[in-house]
Design a protein around this ligand. Sequence first.
Ligand code: GMT
Length: 370
Amino acid sequence: MVCYPTFGGSGVVATELGKALAARGHEIHFITYNTPVRLGSFKPGIFYHEVRVSDYPLFDYPPYELVLASKMVEVVKDHDIDLIHVHYAIPHASAAITAKKILAEEGISLPIVTTLHGTDITLLGKDISFEPVISFAINKSDAVTAVSEDLKSETNKLFGVNKEIEVVPNFFCPNHLNVEADEEFRLKIAPDGQPILIHISNFRPVKRVLDAVKVFNKVLETRDCRLLLVGDGPDRTAADKLCREYGIDHKVVFLGKVKNPIEPLMISDLFILPSEAESFGLAALEAMAAGLPVIATNTGGLPELVENGVSGFLCSVGDVESMASRVLKILSTEESFKGYRSSTLERAQTFQIDSVLPKYLNIYNNVTSN
Ligand code: GMT
């Protein structure tokens, strides 16, 4: 597994997939520049290989991709690896193609499975400086997957792709949900039992965190609530400032980066994801699996996850009025909330790891038997 080790969805999917495969008896080697945040304690069958770029004064830009390709070659040879699954096109897929070519010179075959996650296509793909490399990496992979139908069609639209892309949606692991809600923490945040709205992201502009604050501010005109903001990134300061300007900062808690999002989800009632673009929305799925109805935008792969009016609501990007009115609709009565909650839990079951893992195993079998 080659992935980013950070809090981003692509790294989380790669890590959870690797852990699930190891639990089923496969040997998984993670190759990246830091221990993946979701790796947790080491388990049998899981290995981590660090990619370290030496700091030569000659390099204005550290050549991470080349060192990564060399590391792949080393790990494949030393550990008799059957295939490499790379998450994110740049630089992982392109480095894997280099490793594949080096190994071919030595008579070693290395099938490559590339999973596209979203921003590699929807943001980087629009930058012409990356386009030829992304197209090449996709076309030269042995199998390519995308996390939603929407991402598949965006990829076909944006790139000169001659490769069939298979949609394999993201998933959640039910065993992660065996976490008790910390009632003391909930009471600290919402002492009078106010509903807690939550947003989790990397606070990049594409997430429109400020819209989450605006929605919350609107909701407060009718109903007392609390807002939990989990994560960190470029828009955190602006979100904090907006809360102060509205005079609602005492009702908002910024938790920063949290390794296990299930803990804050367990004390929350409703998830807000007002993104500009979202190829899948893994954070929303994890919330749904914890029973939180989702208020999200009608964009990217979100409609493939959230059924409008059933497991939450989908509104136009930037339409904070509608999002706020949908929050109030869900919270209108205890009965209404319970109804949305149970439909949400039911919807989330479609994305259990046990339904998704066989799709990846099937792809692995195909590329290794060719
Ligand atoms: O959301 C991000 O900015 C992080 C990014 C990533 O590559 O880690 O997430 C993307 O991949 C996730 C896992 O497949 C998806 O659930 C997210 O929707 C997708 N983000 C965007 O498309 C903005």
